[in-house]
Design a protein around this ligand. Structure first.
Ligand code: SF4
Length: 226
């Protein structure tokens, strides 16, 4: 297991403004810009990952170092992959503590949105680092629990594959398979020729975090839509 820390992702302010539906010259946005600076000072990104070889594949599962993951989508995404990178990443507990200490619901919402974007930026930062380190042209990733096909229960094999995640970066898995701190994500980076986003297979409407449009044809090809 490898640990990445002491990296500070560039927070994507344009994405935050888009998610909050604020115009650049609005007084609300000026306030949010100040909050972004405050949050940035309290972000503590850390990541653990492992370089793993793909041992085995069948119709609906993939085995990495004797740990089996059940997911048709993951199986299809790893069709040509020989080496992948399971990971857990967090930006730490401070952003959510800042939101919890805030009595104003709108401010809480702003803080939550900023933290969500910062977490995505941290993932992109790790992705860029792995690409460079392992000389990979493109890396995509799947998150545990983001699709019905790869449910939260699959956190258990992921954490067991990585080892002592809590000891390494302070991310604990609860009995309901949620991570603490909450602003954490877990999944598998895999090399790919065409970028893959979970959102392409997710029909959820009005999701503020959507990164790509739902593609029904693609979902059918992956066997997760009628
Ligand atoms: S659309 Fe939203 S809920 Fe669905 S996978 Fe994307 S981010 Fe997750």
């Amino acid at each position: 297991m490898k640990i990445l820390e002491n990296f500070q992702p560039q927070i994507n302010t344009a994405e935050i403004r888009k998610r909050l539906h604020l115009s650049a010259d609005s007084p609300e946005w000026k306030g949010v810009e100040k909050t972004i600076q405050d949050v940035a000072a309290h972000i503590r990104p850390k990541c653990v990952y492992k370089e793993c070889h793909v041992d085995q594949k069948d119709d609906k599962s993939v085995t990495l170092e004797n740990v089996c993951f059940q997911s048709r989508v993951l199986r299809k995404n790893l069709e040509a992959a020989q080496r992948v990178f399971p990971f857990v990443i967090t930006i730490g507990a401070e952003p959510e503590e800042m939101a919890a200490a805030q009595s104003d619901y709108l401010e809480q919402y702003y803080l939550d949105t900023i933290a969500n974007v910062a977490l995505q930026d941290a993932i992109q930062s790790v992705c860029a680092r792995l690409r460079k380190q392992y000389h990979l042209e493109k890396l995509s990733y799947m998150n545990v629990g983001s699709l019905e096909d790869w449910p939260l229960s699959q956190q258990r094999p992921l954490f067991s594959l990585l080892g002592d995640v809590e000891g390494a970066i302070g991310v604990r898995l609860s009995s309901s398979m949620l991570m603490h701190p909450a602003k954490s994500e877990s999944g598998i980076f895999f090399p790919t020729e065409v970028s893959f986003f979970n959102c392409q297979l997710c029909p959820r409407k009005d999701c503020p975090s959507r990164k790509a449009a739902f593609d029904r044809q693609m979902a059918r090809e992956y066997g997760v839509a009628e």
